[in-house]
Write a protein that binds this ligand. Structure first.
Ligand SMILES: C[S@@+](CC[C@H](N)C(=O)[O-])C[C@H]1O[C@@H](n2cnc3c(N)ncnc32)[C@H](O)[C@@H]1O
Length: 268
């Protein structure tokens, strides 16, 4: 199943596509400039900013970002909150591109990436003050086990923030969607199921925030912004030829209420 997940996300040439996109823009790359391509989740950079605010990070703290993708969330946290971040991701090409982009914007001293699975975290116990996981749980079948492992990496009182796409009931999306080609690698659960897994993993003070209204506003903005064709940097460079179908299936599922983009903030 690991290969099915990484084959969905990675098909080679991502760095070249981003280099070509950057060449069409003026100025040296910045964390801000990369936002349209390196935030692989509903709502992009503004959604990340809202999520990071909920984490209430202290400057100088160390954050573990699970499923860090191209590293957009990790770099934003480092740049905006003054934290150091270790990102972990299953997809090797993403780890390579994340490392390259981080060097490009001068953040290599505070942000690093490791190629590994959330199911087997190669990091020392109690080494992190906070953990984040953005749009990754949809690919994780045994969330209780992964949350238990994340709990072990946190210092007592540490915060764990999740921003995932969650189902609201029995209805499922049509496939493909941005996180899976078929239902085989999609493990959608309800907010209540996430909260139960967090409880069994020893987390408390759980806050659940439905981000559907923000997502719907972003979908409307995107529809008008892309009417003249795709931008130089965008998620079409990451998602590949069937981006439009994946995105349309996602939008339909969120608009119908079958899927809710949801933040959950928990503490040890
Ligand atoms: C939709 S992308 C989100 C990336 C990033 N968090 C973001 O918001 O930009 C999902 C990411 O989760 C990673 N992933 C999926 N299953 C994983 C696992 N078991 N362990 C670590 N990473 C995983 C994928 O490789 C991919 O980079």
């Amino acid at each position: 199943m690991t290969n099915e997940i990484t084959d969905h996300y990675s098909f080679g040439g991502l760095r070249t596509r981003i280099e070509n996109g950057l060449a069409m823009l003026d100025g040296d790359p910045t964390v801000e400039m990369l936002g349209p391509v390196d935030e692989f989740h509903v709502g992009g950079r503004p959604a990340t900013a809202h999520f990071v605010e909920q984490l209430d990070l202290d400057a100088g703290s160390h954050v573990l970002d699970i499923g860090s993708g191209l590293g957009g969330t990790a770099r934003f946290m480092a740049a905006s909150a003054g934290v150091t971040v270790t990102g972990v991701d299953l997809t090797e090409e993403y780890v390579q591109v994340a490392t390259w982009l981080t060097k490009l914007v001068g953040l290599s001293n505070s942000v690093q990436f490791i190629h590994a699975s959330a199911a087997e975290l190669p990091v020392p116990e109690q080494a992190f003050d906070a953990a984040s996981m953005v749009h990754v749980g949809m690919n994780i079948p045994d969330k209780a086990a992964v949350f238990t492992d994340i709990g072990r990496q946190l210092t007592p009182g540490g915060v764990f923030g999740i921003y995932d796409l969650m189902v609201t009931g029995e209805a499922q999306p049509d496939y493909p969607v941005p996180w899976a080609a078929t239902a085989t690698t999609s493990f959608l659960e309800t907010p209540a199921q996430y909260v139960a897994h967090l409880g069994s993993a020893g987390f408390r003070s759980v806050q659940v925030i439905d981000r559907t209204p923000a997502a719907l506003a972003v979908f409307d903005q995107l529809a008008s912004a892309t009417s003249n064709g795709p931008p130089a940097l965008g998620l079409h460079l990451v998602m590949g030829p069937d981006t439009a179908t994946k995105f349309a299936n996602l939008v339909t599922a969120v608009r119908s209420g079958a899927i809710a983009p949801t933040e959950i903030i928990a503490r040890r």
